[in-house]
Design a protein. Sequence first.
Length: 280
Amino acid sequence: MFSGAALSSRGPRPDNQDSGLASPELVAVADGVGGNVGGAAASALAITSLVEQLPLPCDGDPEAQLRRAVSRANRRLGRLRSEVPVLAGMATTLTAMALSGAGHLVVAHIGDSRAYLLRGGQLVALTRDHSVVQAMLDASSISTEQARNHPWRSVLIAALQGREDDTVNVATSTLRALPGDRVLLCSDGLWGDTSWRRTRRALTQEYTASAAAVRLMESVQTAPARDNITVIVADVTTAEAAEKGRPWSWVLPPSRTSARSAPPSRRGGADQTLAKRRAL
């Protein structure tokens, strides 16, 4: 099962268009596109639909089950867009990770939210951005350093927006889960302003998932942040081990958390381009 912590902050924006889910068998992050109302509605609907449609634990063919749940969420987005004209431009990213009954990590992903795995001190990305900048990186037309501040860094080439062919772009993968694995799911508000090295240090040096999540959020807020930020850090553990403590905690953003209440730590060793419309 997953045991960890989740944080979300609107950062410098007037509202928060991110949505997240943290549970013992499923974690997910969605980053809304389409303005103040549309973005928040799209991300919330995607997460809610995923919870309602995905059987847990995933057995049989968990990858197919997760893909079907994402497809149903996308159809609900399409119906809402057609029924409410003001939401016609809404869309959302979605990155979800489920633990199957057989002990596998199953990932479904579209957009530019991300999932990472820390195992044995090695940090690897489990998702690939569906973005113009990622396509330019793949074509070696820009460098990694140029990508960090590229003017098109927030332009997507795939997202859930309620069209029949959206889910063609959903990428899925499966790998064996091991006790001690630590996973990170986040919106681009985190990874866009945090280096790979800083992310790895937070995940490896902090003893608890809560402390790692807070440290990651702090690293962005001191940058300063440029977007909404959602962070979910989860450890793969056994049910018996999780019962000895609180399996999940929702933590206030560091700017609203006093030093005394901060968690303890132990340091050691597509055919259409979507522009993310930022709230003004």
